[in-house]
Write a protein that binds this ligand. Sequence first.
Ligand SMILES: [Zn+2]
Ligand SMILES: [Zn+2]
Length: 170
Amino acid sequence: MLPILDWVNNMASLSDLPCLCNSKKSYAQCCEKLHLGTAYATTPEQLMRSRYTAYAIKNAEYIYQTYANEKQQENPLNDIAEFAISSRFINLEIVMSDHNEYNGIVEFCASYFYKDLFCKLHEKSRFIKEENVWKYLDGEIFPTTETHIGRNDTCPCGSGKKYKKCHMNA
Ligand SMILES: [Zn+2]
Ligand SMILES: [Zn+2]
């Protein structure tokens, strides 16, 4: 997968690149329209993917806006931005998703660096519909692994390169 910074620095053709949520579609045909506000997620899984991609491109505003109203106060924009800025998102895997008209669940695994920690988050998220729009409510978080990565360690992203030559500065 393309290092995130290459992706972000390449704004001109961003739309044509594969979406970071791992959907195998282009960004334009996947999460971009949700980020631009020209479309709404039609399923909780779509919303979850677009929130992941928003973290990856450090669009804190979108993450904040897609929290359920009652959760916005406990997740202030500054905290979201601080986390996104200190993180590099590597991979998303959807384990399962399901929804009815008003509620949904998405279980996923996300891997990312937070500073020099390589983290694997496994979460079962709950989504609700507010004024006909899907929002993220909260999630049950399974034990998260955090591994400290040294400069000369092999980068856990799978590139085969040393961390210092790969995601350390990405
Ligand atoms: Zn996407
Ligand atoms: Zn890497």
